[in-house]
Ligand binder design. Structure first.
Ligand SMILES: [Zn+2]
Ligand SMILES: [Zn+2]
Length: 281
């Protein structure tokens, strides 16, 4: 039982960092800079938490920010909870209004991410992710035994569920509070913050998406930011956006926030803000 528990907790911690710091703050928002090797380590950890293709994940997430809680938001709650949590991941291809070359020009030519994206065949990419995850657990079984393999597998699947449910719950204002009056339903939720080491400060994140630090007022704890700062101190992370310009003075209050543009290459930003065409005919 001890082996199972240790394996579960260690894996959950690592795949959480891979997802929250790697897929989210680094790839999707470019909120800090680091050497490519460090980026690949983070992304590989997230991949082992069943997060599937980094290009697909990033494209969907940047689209989520672009159209938060609108019809074109891939996992908006208005699609109904089943579609919002699970339905959207069963789509066979990228949505018609999401051209990965436009939304992720900084990722589409990366050979590692290109390989994991399986030519844009979303289901094939998911299958490759599932297969790789199970193969890695077989390797753990071989070297460390069954309890360690099962603990690690369960942690990976847990992270997958946390991410899927997060998309819905972090946009339910009845379960949290807002610091900023954003144009979407994003909310700061203590439980989700604990579970994801800081991502649950989601209203703050939607207000200042380019910040690597989600804590925007006293008392808000963002473990992921402490980890990024720690990595910065030992030289594994370079520049990081600390979001200081947007911090709130002290007590909770609603502030009208002008949302920062996504920190992706300038051509991409320009294109992200062009009027979308819904369906290509
Ligand atoms: Zn959101
Ligand atoms: Zn985000």
């Amino acid at each position: 039982m001890a082996e199972f528990t240790i394996s579960f907790l260690v894996t959950l911690f690592l795949v959480t960092l891979g997802t929250t710091i790697g897929y989210h703050r680094l790839l999707s928002h470019r909120s800090f800079k680091c050497p490519k090797a460090v980026e690949y380590v983070f992304i590989t950890l997230g991949y082992l938490g069943f997060q599937t293709s980094p290009i697909w994940w990033t494209a969907m997430h940047r689209t989520h920010h672009r159209y938060s809680d609108e019809v074109l938001d891939p996992h908006a709650g208005l699609h109904g909870w089943k579609r919002s949590v699970y339905g959207w991941i069963f789509d066979e291809k990228y949505p018609d209004h999401v051209d990965k070359n436009v939304v992720c020009p900084d990722l589409v030519n990366d050979p590692y991410y290109k390989f994991l994206d399986c030519g844009g065949d979303v289901q094939k990419a998911h299958l490759l992710n599932g297969f790789t995850n199970f193969m890695v657990r077989f390797a753990i079984l071989y070297f460390f035994g069954l309890p360690a393999a099962l603990g690690s597998l369960l942690a990976g699947l847990t992270m997958q569920q946390i991410t899927l449910w997060f998309n819905l719950l972090s946009h339910m204002p009845q379960y949290g509070y807002k610091n900023y009056e954003t144009s979407d339903d994003s909310t700061n939720n203590y439980f989700l913050t604990l579970l994801t080491l800081g991502e649950g400060l989601h209203n703050n994140h939607h207000a200042v998406p380019g910040s690597a630090n989600n804590s925007m007022r006293k008392g808000e704890i963002d473990i992921n930011w402490y980890i990024i700062r720690g990595l910065q101190k030992i030289g594994l992370v370079g520049w990081a956006n600390d979001g200081a310009a947007h911090r709130l003075e002290s007590s909770l209050r609603i502030k009208s926030a002008k949302v920062d543009p996504l920190p992706v290459p300038s051509e991409a930003v320009q294109m992200l803000h062009e009027e979308p065409s819904l369906v290509k005919s």
